[in-house]
Design a protein around this ligand. Structure first.
Ligand code: HAM
Length: 420
């Protein structure tokens, strides 16, 4: 019978043992910085109700129209989460997190799913880290979000990027602007792409985000939102800019930045990197003051961002930044013969309890093969044990860096390893 083999789904990749140290290193940085900013971690299920994502992210967004992985089981509709803002808000409302008092400063790390056409920097299962600050209207919250995002890249050593900033206005400004935009686009409506024509009624601002060639001429000369913000939105945005200036966080104003999700109000931002190629967005976010109410909660302002982890790693590769040390083990016990193997198994815990990593051969192989393994594992020391060593209660400790060997008791070995 022919052998059957299986592969992972298109755009869904395995994180193999050689790669996992960099994931852990990044996760450590995120947890550490989150603690410094006093963010609390939230973990929500991988699957949500389809209706939540449709309502939260927006019926006409690419995510909802083309990219969700959805299925039905019994009476229930499930969707693999394409992002975490709507689920986090769902959880906030469901568990009355407002009752904990103050604004909720939440962060997360985890997999998201979007049925996009895979290419470099674009996967169907990808990972984000992000924060959501729910319950504050203050521009300070917007700026803390952005500061946290920038801090992660700064700590990693990624410096070459562009923070694009815009205000998409509050609902009042947004409505005024949408009318102005419709009026401007109407005479040429039939010349716009099919998708933009579809968006014209419900959400003309998304037309500004269109990549279709036939739309570009009209986008280029379109009226900009900044000319149509009401006093309140203008003032909020001014303060965000002022505070970013005072923190020396550099940004460029981009009046065409509207983002691909429907929930944004007022501040919107995106971080792009020239080191990324066509999928150049490292992270994005903004305010979503209406979403909590949309999902069934009380009117509650909120702001957040999410960053793509795979894209961060691509930028690291381009910049030759290594996040994790090559793997290594403190002690590799090379054991020859049955009695030595038994001794080795019983001695591993002695090292581990003292905080050292220790391993041994499981295959009963030759000394040469075991030494090769010790090298491959990047062992600091090889402890060599055979019948003679057991009899004398002294073992050869080989320092793998300089190849020196010394005959020592287990007690002496422990002190050498601790001291070096
Ligand atoms: P988003 O812009 O859709 O925003 O995604 C944020 C980041 O996730 C992107 O900038 C990109 O780095 C990464 N990303 C998105 N799609 C993919 C993909 N298919 N493959 C690899 N990476 C990808 C959101 O998701 C919002 N929830 C952000 C937010 C939080 N807004 C407010 N709070």
């Amino acid at each position: 019978m022919p052998k059957v083999t299986y592969t992972s789904h298109l755009g869904m990749v395995d994180i193999l043992p050689d790669e996992s140290p960099k994931w852990r290193a990044l996760e450590h940085i995120i947890h550490d910085e989150a603690a410094r900013f006093n963010f609390e971690e939230i973990r929500t299920p991988i699957m949500e109700q389809t209706e939540l994502i449709k309502r939260g992210v927006g019926q006409l967004t690419d995510i909802v129209t083309k990219e969700i992985f959805a299925f039905t089981k019994g009476e229930n509709n499930y969707v693999l989460r394409p992002e975490l803002t709507a689920p986090v808000v769902r959880s906030y409302v469901q568990h009355h997190l407002d009752q904990r008092g103050g604004s909720q400063k939440l962060y997360y790390i985890g997999p998201m799913f979007r049925a996009e056409r895979p290419q470099k920097g674009r996967q169907r299962q990808f990972h984000q880290f992000g924060v959501e600050i729910i319950g504050s209207d203050s521009p300070v919250a917007d700026v803390e979000c952005i500061a946290f995002m920038m801090r992660i890249y700064q700590r990693i050593g990624i410096k070459n990027f562009n923070l694009k900033l815009n205000s998409v206005g509050d609902p009042e400004s947004c409505d005024t602007y949408k009318d102005v935009l419709r009026e401007y686009l109407l005479p040429n409506l039939s010349k716009l792409s099919k998708l933009s024509q579809k968006r014209f009624r419900k959400n003309p601002m998304r037309i500004l985000d269109s990549k279709e060639p036939e739309d570009q001429e009209y986008i280029k000369n379109a009226p900009v939102i900044s000319d149509h913000l009401n006093e309140e939105s203008k003032n909020h945005f001014k303060q965000v800019c002022y505070m970013l200036d005072s923190l020396e966080i550099k940004y460029t104003l981009d009046p065409l930045l509207v983002r691909g999700l429907d929930y944004y109000t007022r501040t919107a931002f995106e971080l792009t990197s020239p080191d990324l190629g066509s999928q150049d967005a490292l992270a994005g976010g903004g305010r979503y003051d209406l979403l909590v109410e949309e999902i069934g909660g009380n009117p509650t302002p909120a702001v957040g961002f999410a960053a793509g982890i795979e894209r961060l790693f691509i930028a690291c590769e381009e910049l030759n930044i290594t996040l994790a040390e090559p793997k290594s083990v403190d002690v590799f016990i090379v054991s020859l013969g049955e009695a030595a193997r038994k001794w080795a198994l019983g001695t591993l815990p002695v090292f581990r309890e003292k905080g050292f990593s220790a391993t041994m051969d499981y295959l009963g192989r030759s000394m040469r093969a075991q030494m090769k393994d010790a090298n491959r594992e990047n062992a600091r020391f090889a402890l060599i044990v055979g019948d003679n060593e057991l009899e004398e209660d002294k073992f050869n400790l080989r320092d793998m860096e300089n190849s020196s060997e010394t005959l020592l008791s287990l007690k002496e070995i422990l002190s050498v390893i601790s001291g070096s």
